[in-house]
Each structure stands twice: as C-alpha cells, then as structure tokens.
Design a protein around this ligand. Structure first.
Ligand SMILES: [Zn+2]
Length: 156
C-alpha cells in the first residue's frame, strides 16, 4: 500500500510549508491535521478523497512548474508503440515512458511503486512523466493519448 497521506501532501492541501505540519493522524475516517500558525497550533479535518485528488494533481501538474525534455524514440506517427524519454530539470534521471496497445508504463520509482504495491484507492497509475509525453504528441491529456492509441490499433 502506498502512503499518500503524508506531511508533504498535507502541506500542499493546506497551502502551507511542510515543516509547519505538526501532526497528522486518522480520526473517524478522516485525517486530523495539526499545523503551526503565527501563535500556536491550529487543526482541521481533511478527507481521504482530498488526499487522493492531491495524489493525482500533484503528479499531473508537475510539468507546469518545472522545465523538462521529451525525446521520442519511435516513429512520431506510430501511436501504437510510443517510447519516449522524459527528463525533468531537477532530476538526474531520464525515465522511459512506453505505451502499448493495452497498457502503459514508466521506469520511474513512483510509477513502479504504484505497480508493485497497488494504488491506495481505485484509479489509474500516474506519474509526472506521462503528461509531458502526451503533450509532446499534441494531446491535452494522457487519457486522450491512450484513447487515440487504441483507435489507432483498431484501425490497423
Ligand atoms: Zn514516471
């Protein structure tokens, strides 16, 4: 199980610094977050659903705040078997995103953890490298690219 209820996620949700999150714990099916404000502590409840949304949006929006490069290894017109390398400016590593007719994968640890340990909720595996590839091929979302990939496969 992937722990997506973290202090870092809590800080993003509350729009505060991670070091100001004093404590998070589950109380009656919600997360009770205690955090520092000017004079002392404040606390609030956050739903699991909010954390799940953060899990996705944090990864999907990563490319908006940092520059990256996409290197396409396959024929640009061949949407059936996309292989593209993505490198974010802040990372030393280049990751390979591969899209097949029925599935997709990324070589990054984040994606591999989701594959190995499963998502903590129903959904699709996601990492920050997927949307840059979709945009590289002229799509606005990764699901749009996948959809196109499948129709491409059917037409062949
Ligand atoms: Zn990735």
């Amino acid at each position: 199980m992937i722990n997506y209820i973290t202090k870092a996620a809590t800080a993003r949700i509350l729009n505060i610094k991670a070091k100001d999150v004093a404590e998070i714990r589950v109380v009656k099916g919600k997360v009770l977050a205690r955090y520092k404000i000017n004079r002392g502590n404040c606390c609030t409840f956050i739903s699991f659903k909010t954390y799940q949304q953060d899990f996705y949006s944090f990864r999907i929006n990563a490319h908006l705040t940092e520059s990256y490069e996409v290197l396409n290894m396959a024929d640009v017109n061949d949407l059936d078997s996309i292989r593209a390398f993505v490198k974010f400016e802040s990372s030393h590593d280049t990751h390979l995103v591969e899209i097949y007719q029925t599935d997709y994968t990324c070589s990054c640890t984040d994606f591999q953890n989701q594959k190995q340990y499963g998502l903590p909720f129903p959904g699709k595996k996601v990492c920050r490298h997927l949307l840059p590839v979709a945009k590289h091929f002229g799509f606005n979302s990764f699901s749009e690219l996948i959809k196109n990939n499948k129709s491409f496969a059917k037409a062949a």
